[in-house]
Design a protein around this ligand. Structure first.
Ligand SMILES: *[C@@H]1O[C@H](CO)[C@@H](O)[C@H](O)[C@H]1NC(C)=O
Ligand SMILES: *[C@@H]1O[C@H](CO)[C@@H](O)[C@H](O)[C@H]1NC(C)=O
Ligand SMILES: *[C@@H]1O[C@H](CO)[C@@H](O)[C@H](O)[C@H]1NC(C)=O
Ligand SMILES: *[C@@H]1O[C@H](CO)[C@@H](O)[C@H](O)[C@H]1NC(C)=O
Length: 844
């Protein structure tokens, strides 16, 4: 053992600091990512586990990659489990105690390029236009003058209608006057994360940024296209940064630098993608991503934990702390009723989601809708094969068939590069403000536009509208940086009610008070996210709306005819940019509907509202902690939910008509629970809240009225709210009482040592979390009845079992069985906060 350690310190210790871009050999090797506490030497962990330390995982602090020869077993999991067992019986210290998280890497499902456009929906009538109308003479003259003034001699420049459209006048990105000011992308860098970039193309090589480029598929420094269809990335690159010369056309930021990060040409792991998404992030300012989960109208996939961490790391530490800008294509699946809120990349608050409009300013049938879409810009559509004209793979190759939202995102990325070229100090959120504020609403007749609280127009089809480059630049020149980010988390709001079929749906409200947001240091909203659980026998039948206190509606989720998966939403997070600028104070209502009348039905389990925005006091702002293995990333982000908990009871007050069950007194839902005294009373309250046929009412239409008059409604809602408040208080009290008892009971610690790990695993449905906590929970489970525990105790115990099962599901769903160890501290943090929350309540 000792010899091994010394050897590893000598040998592997050196490698620890070597490049973290060592080639991977997925045929012969297994790879593990371990998050170590900063005092634990990776070499020691490697030697103890019999692994090779491959180095740090990209830019993620304290995350290391280890390898060994390929085998079935998750050797790290086995070793950590063994260590836990020994620690309890023998104690002592061990390098493995410093492992905070471990994940065996698996090849992840391939991400799809947003280039190929699926066929139009049945019955789709393409706008007939055999002969493109002739260009407007006057506009052609202007275009000639512009080319002359800017010395643009690129042969296809005049066909690049997205830059200057002499046919459909005004339908372009309005960039030429920006170029005339000398703003052409100097000092800005865009990385195209895709299938490669032909850095030897005469149209790209002068702008190629080698230091920002890497091939994660072949592990080579040059992201050269190698497969026959590795053309997508080069075409995207041309849109951004094709050089002003005598080859093809120009990029919208033709003096910017362009890097290529090649990830789409072979299967990779979460670890590789996490490194790619942070690659050279002090130099690559913008990451343009025209890919994602399949646009087939039935996928619902989010990036894995390591990728999520990488994206958060990028907005916190990339670009000198100003934050990397991620630009994602909304997706081409609209014809299949796909929606960009079913894609965890496009609905991340850290990405700017860009959809497409065609050269007439109309919505092309493929471009996805969603409440997370910020903006649109020009791409293919309008019947004929009018696409974008850009660079192609080859020394002097052009391409005139580039389209889909794949073409929209890089165009936006190029425009953002123009913005950063004059204002490199803008943060990732400043950029989103500029985009939101300067977008131009279009096609006002068909976009289902609503006017938001701050007087902007939003459409789920077009976001805030189309990008106007000139307006973005003018705004950027004046833009005053916004204060740091703050956030408010509601408690988990437990519902557990079946969803009635039909238009009405199930409405549940939660009241956010001024005090809650003040405590959360949150001044005004930017993004809103809702994480929710719905059980359903057919996922595509469900839809979800969120109504803000200002009565602005986000269609978080829509029905999808092709999505027949027999499960609902499992801790899925939807995002909305529709509430930008609202205060957030007041009643938020979520409405879950099952409008498809059939034998498939389901239950709305619970939800969790998060409001993100600008802080009140910049000096009190903190950085969001890294997400943890806990799917909802919450346990260490109690800062604001401490206050939210106490608020949750008062929030469901008599003035708030609601069919909700109150917020749960813990930070996490307790599902499923045994029927108990408390829950029975709760279900009385629930019963009154079951939506039914409407009569005339003072309530907005989505609140159930129970077929009674307004006065009775007030009475019902008031009574329900009082019961709810009472139950909540009682629940918290009992929960606290039990907590104290457990905390003061030394026997607890002793008992669970006796429990066999394997037993625990079996009883937990083969869950993957580490043993200590689970054993403790099981002990609780067995003791609950005999010890005459409070009902809350039982709830708490079952809740944890449920969570564990959940995380197992999630792991397998993502194809990466991960497990967690050494998280006892996190856990106790959470408990501590729950305790405080409870106290707050009790003192009320
Ligand atoms: C485009 O830019 C010009 C400045 O050159 C500006 O006056 C105009 O309002 C912008 N927008 C449109 C839609 O043309
Ligand atoms: C680019 O950056 C350099 C160094 O920061 C600066 O000197 C130069 O003026 C910048 N160029 C432009 C066109 O902004
Ligand atoms: C769904 O429908 C079945 C059969 O009609 C019924 O037994 C079940 O209770 C329903 N479930 C929910 C959650 O409504
Ligand atoms: C949900 O409601 C059903 C009855 O509608 C009940 O049997 C079940 O225990 C409840 N689950 C939770 C977690 O409250």
């Amino acid at each position: 053992m000792k010899l091994q350690s010394i050897l590893s310190l000598l040998g592997l210790g050196c490698i620890a600091t070597a490049s973290n871009l060592r080639p991977r050999d997925y045929e012969a090797q297994d790879y593990y990512v371990l998050h170590l506490d900063s005092n634990t030497p990776p070499a020691q962990v490697a030697s103890q586990l019999g692994l090779t330390h491959e180095g740090l995982l990209g830019e993620l602090a304290d995350h290391h990659v280890f390898s060994c020869h390929k085998q079935e077993e998750d050797v790290v999991h086995t070793a950590l489990k063994e260590r836990k067992r020994r620690k309890r019986s023998v104690g002592g210290s061990d390098a493995l105690d410093g492992v905070k998280f471990a994940q065996k890497q698996k090849l992840k499902a391939r991400m799809e390029k947003r280039g190929p456009i699926p066929p139009p929906p049945e019955g789709y009538m393409a706008p007939v236009e055999r002969q493109a109308p002739p260009p407007v003479d006057e506009e052609v003259a202007k275009l000639d003058a512009i080319a002359l003034a800017l010395e643009i001699n690129d042969p296809i420049f005049k066909e690049q209608w997205h830059l200057y459209n002499p046919v459909q006048v005004g339908h372009d990105v309005n960039v030429t006057d920006v170029w005339m000011q000398g703003i052409t992308g100097h000092n800005a860098t865009v990385a195209i994360v895709d299938d490669g970039l032909d850095m030897y193309s005469d149209d790209l090589k002068d702008n190629y940024f080698a230091e920002g480029s890497y091939d994660f598929n072949e592990h080579s420094l040059e992201p050269k296209p190698r497969l026959s269809d590795d053309k997508h990335g080069t075409r995207c690159a041309g849109e951004v940064s094709a050089v002003k010369n005598n080859v093809c056309g120009v990029g919208v930021a033709y003096d910017s630098k362009i890097a290529g990060i090649r990830i789409l040409s072979k299967l990779i792991t979460d670890a590789d993608e996490a490194v790619a998404m942070n690659y050279a992030y002090q130099h690559n300012q913008i990451y343009s991503c025209s890919w994602g989960p399949p646009d087939d109208g039935r996928s619902m996939d989010a990036p894995g934990l390591l990728i999520k961490k990488a994206m958060l790391n990028a907005v916190q530490n990339g670009r000198g702390g100003k934050g990397s800008i991620y630009v994602f294509a909304s997706g081409n699946g609209a014809a299949a009723e796909d929606n960009c809120n079913f894609d965890g990349y496009t609905n991340s608050i850290y990405s700017i989601t860009v959809g497409a409009i065609d050269r007439k300013g109309l919505h092309p049938y493929y471009s996805e809708h969603c409440s997370a879409q910020l903006v649109v810009t020009y791409s293919s559509g309008s019947g004929d094969a009018i696409m974008q004209h850009t660079t192609d793979v080859g020394t002097n190759q052009c391409y005139s068939g580039h389209g889909g939202t794949s073409a929209a995102a890089p165009l936006a990325a190029g425009i953002f590069a123009l913005v950063l070229s004059i204002r490199p100090d803008l943060t990732w959120r400043d950029m989103q403000y500029i985009v939101m504020e300067t977008a131009l609403p279009i096609d006002l007749d068909t976009g289902e536009w609503q006017t938001t609280t701050i007087g902007k127009k939003f459409s789920h089809t077009f976001g805030y509208g189309k990008i106007d480059t000139w307006a973005s630049i003018e705004a950027a020149k004046q833009f005053k940086n916004v204060k740091p980010q703050a956030w408010y988390y509601s408690p988990w709001i437990h519902v557990n009610q079946s969803i009635p079929q039909g238009e009405e749906g199930l409405a549940v409200s939660f009241e956010v008070t001024e005090a809650m947001l003040k405590d959360a240091n949150l001044e005004r909203l930017e993004h809103v996210t809702v994480t929710m659980n719905v059980e359903h026998t057919r996922r595509g039948d469900i839809s979800v709306d969120l109504v803000s206190p200002d009565k602005i509606v986000s269609h978080l989720s829509v029905t999808r005819r092709l999505d027949s998966l027999a499960e609902g939403y499992v801790d899925w997070t939807f995002m909305s940019v529709v509430h930008w600028g609202e205060s957030g104070i007041g009643t938020w209502t979520i409405i879950v509907k099952d409008t498809i009348m059939n034998e498939n039905n389901g239950t709305f389990t619970d939800w969790h509202l998060k409001l993100w925005g600008e802080s009140i006091d910049a000096s009190k702002a903190t950085l969001l902690p890294m997400p943890t293995e806990d799917q909802d990333d919450d346990h260490d982000q109690i800062i604001s939910s401490t206050t939210s908990i106490s608020g949750s009871t008062t929030s469901v007050d008599a003035s708030v008509p609601t069919s909700s069950i109150p917020a749960n007194p813990t930070d996490h839902p307790d599902r499923p629970t045994k029927p108990t005294g408390t829950t029975e009373e709760e279900s009385t309250a629930t019963g009154t809240g079951t939506p039914s046929a409407k009569t005339s009412s003072w309530l907005p239409s989505f609140f159930p009225t129970f077929g009674v008059g307004p006065k009775t409604q007030i009475w019902i809602y008031g009574a329900a709210a009082l019961i709810i408040i009472f139950c909540c208080g009682l629940g918290v009290y009992m929960y606290m009482a039990r907590r104290k008892r457990l905390l003061n009971n030394p026997r607890d610690e002793w008992e669970f040592d006796l429990l066999e790990e394997d037993e625990a695993d079996v009883l937990n449905g083969g869950g993957k979390k580490g043993g200590k906590r689970r054993a403790g929970e099981l002990y609780d489970a067995f003791a609950a009845g005999s010890e005459d525990e409070s009902s809350e105790g039982g709830d708490e115990r079952e809740k944890k079992l449920y969570e564990d099962e959940d995380s197992g599901d999630e792991g397998s769903g993502r194809g990466s069985g991960h497990h967690v160890v050494g998280d006892d501290e996190d856990e106790s943090d959470g408990d501590g906060d729950e305790k405080r929350q409870g106290d707050t309540l009790l003192h009320k």
